[in-house]
Design a protein around this ligand. Structure first.
Ligand SMILES: N[C@H](CCC[C@H](N)C(=O)O)C(=O)O
Length: 293
């Protein structure tokens, strides 16, 4: 008998980034990688990221989140999913509700304070970006991670010199003239697994349109092509500002829509503002989970 079977989930999205929210607060259940893959395999509960809520760990926080990719691996950050969780914890009628206008979520990478801007729009404080090669992490030293090196691709040798950033998860940002002209579904898996990324990396193609506007396509580690990636948008704005390509505030346009990103001067925290949508709710498939046990 699988404890997760028939648990209630919410299917949501943040700019089309598919998010499933599962509330396991008050229980000791942990989702295994195989179970996460089974939940992803059911079209009703399919996700790019599964956000699982556990009881808070650090005093003053509202919940601890574990974040799973489609392939069952875990991540320390998911910006779009964090907004969805905040909506669920503040507004879903069946969840134990907390924080009318704000709350603090925790992941293995740190604390994420969230504020409600309007009914379905939230700002997440995504914390401070890390630039050290061991923090990202990279497989060999680069004194300046504004520009690192990857193995050249036969079909796109010009994809070189990406910036690397950690937002609690690893990101590589390639600066391109036309983001839509690349077949990221072919190139993404190769770049994600380049040996310079020992924990793999989320791969972004960024086209700077102006000092306040960037167009972004993302291949996500463990999930593939997604319509939006919040942490990639944060990593890209920070990397662009460090290279002098933008200021510290910009609109990031992803295939699923726009995120507003600001890199706050006072404490170097990155603030991400964007919408959430609730699609439907359901119960996890007992039959699929039985196969994962
Ligand atoms: N979609 C997420 C990021 C998922 C990152 C994940 N693919 C990883 O392994 O780091 C976001 O909105 O930030």
């Amino acid at each position: 008998m699988n404890d997760l079977a028939n648990s209630r989930f919410l299917k949501m999205n943040g700019l089309g980034n598919e998010i499933t929210v599962l509330d396991l607060r008050g229980s000791a259940i942990r989702v295994s990688a195989a179970e996460a893959r089974s939940i992803a395999a059911d079209p009703r509960s399919h996700f790019d990221q599964l956000m699982v809520l556990h009881d808070p760990v650090t005093p003053g926080t509202d919940a601890f989140m574990r974040i799973y990719n489609t392939d069952g691996t875990e991540s320390g950050a998911c910006g779009n999913g964090t907004r969805c969780v905040a909506w669920a914890m503040m507004s879903d009628p069946e969840m134990r509700r907390t924080g009318a206008y704000g709350l603090v979520l925790e992941t293995k990478a740190g604390l994420l304070p969230v504020e409600r801007v309007s009914d379905r729009v939230f700002t997440v404080d995504m914390g401070t970006p890390l630039f050290g090669w061991t923090d990202i992490p990279l497989g060999r030293p680069f004194p300046d991670t504004r520009r690192i090196a990857v193995d050249p691709l036969a079909e796109a040798p010009e994809l070189q010199g990406p910036s690397a950033v950690s937002m609690g998860n690893p990101h590589a940002i390639f600066w391109v003239a036309d983001a839509a002209s690349y077949d990221l579904s072919r190139l993404g898996p190769i770049l994600e697994n380049d040996p310079v990324f020992p924990e793999r990396a989320n791969i972004s193609l960024a086209q700077v349109l102006s000092p306040e506007h960037i167009l972004l396509h993302v291949w996500e580690r463990g999930a593939g092509l997604t319509r939006a990636c919040g942490s990639a948008a944060c990593a890209t704005l920070v990397a662009a500002a460090r290279k002098g390509l933008t200021g510290r505030k910009a609109t990031l346009t992803l295939p699923g829509g726009d995120l507003e990103i600001a890199w706050r001067e006072a404490d170097d925290h990155v603030l991400m503002t964007g919408p959430v949508e609730l699609e439907h709710e359901g119960l996890l498939s007992a039959a699929l989970l039985a196969g994962a046990a």
